[in-house]
Design a protein around this ligand. Structure first.
Ligand code: GLU
Length: 271
């Protein structure tokens, strides 16, 4: 198969903590699919939030994934080294007049209305839209109504081969450039998937709704749409997302207790 025809998969952890079973599940599913489908497998370090990223967590990601039996192409893309790419994308959106500065605090937004976004957070009511505030020290938000109108009202993607049609509007005017880091997860992930030629995004169900935003950004910026597979989250014994239970123990602790990669696969019900 030619290089061009091969699918490209990626696992994209944030080095904000040690990997646990939830990460192992995502990484192994991704890697196994890439193997099965004759695809390439990339690892990307999502470290735009330098206030939370730590070198020891990044080192542990390489160590834990190699222990699990994964291998990936080098060099690994580290988002903190590519802030110019994200700035260029933001400039394109700006040229379309789709961004505006916002100085509202979390408390301002929480107090402004009872409506919720798709993550259950208070929905931003658009307080700063049209105010022409200074940009210094402000977040930059997407003018969602304008953006959605530009792409014709809705977005769609293929999820496990089935077409999903969704309205990004339910997210409201999302922040695309945080005042502290000058970019955002949504911009960085969308740009990187495109620049790295990712064809298949395999990630947790917690990011399913965010795909509406990523597809909207791809349409606005003329980027290709990958296929998506959002997998079930690993839950703890009480059916909650991994929190402070035995299952949230770092992989390195399981390893220190004598667990093998085969034990990890068995715990995750993976072949
Ligand atoms: N960096 C994100 C996380 O660790 C994952 C991003 C993605 O897969 O799109 O949750």
């Amino acid at each position: 198969m030619s290089e061009d025809a091969r699918k490209i998969f990626r696992f994209a952890p944030s080095p904000n903590g040690y990997l646990h079973l939830g990460h192992a599940y995502s990484a192994l599913l991704d890697f196994d699919l890439a193997q099965r489908e004759g695809g390439r497998f990339l690892l990307r370090i999502e470290d735009i939030d330098q206030g939370r990223a730590r070198p020891e967590f990044e080192a542990a990601i390489y160590e834990d994934l190699a222990w699990l039996g994964l291998s990936w192409e080098e060099p690994v893309r580290r988002q903190s080294e590519h802030l110019d790419d994200y700035a260029a994308a933001l400039a394109e959106l700006d040229a379309l007049d789709l961004l505006y500065p916002c100085v509202c605090s979390r408390a301002d937004i929480a107090g402004a209305s009872g409506a919720r976004d798709l993550d259950g957070a208070p929905l931003y009511p658009g307080t700063c839209r049209g105010k022409r505030l200074a940009r210094a020290g402000a977040n930059l938000r997407l003018d969602m109504a304008k953006a959605v109108a530009l792409v014709g009202g809705e977005v769609s993607w293929f999820e496990h081969g089935k077409e999903i049609v969704a309205a990004p509007q339910e997210w409201g005017d999302v922040v695309l450039a945080r005042k502290d880091i000058g970019t955002s997860y949504h911009i960085a992930v969308t740009i990187d998937d495109a620049l790295q030629g990712v064809t298949d995004v395999v990630r947790g169900r917690d990011l399913y709704e965010a795909t509406r935003i990523h597809r909207l950004l791809q349409e606005l910026l003329g980027l290709p749409a990958p296929a998506y597979r959002h997998h079930a989250l690993v839950l703890d014994e009480d059916g909650r997302k991994l929190a402070k239970s035995r299952l949230s123990k770092p992989l390195r602790d399981l390893r220190a207790e004598g667990a093998t990669p085969a034990d990890v696969r068995a715990m995750l019900d993976l072949p």
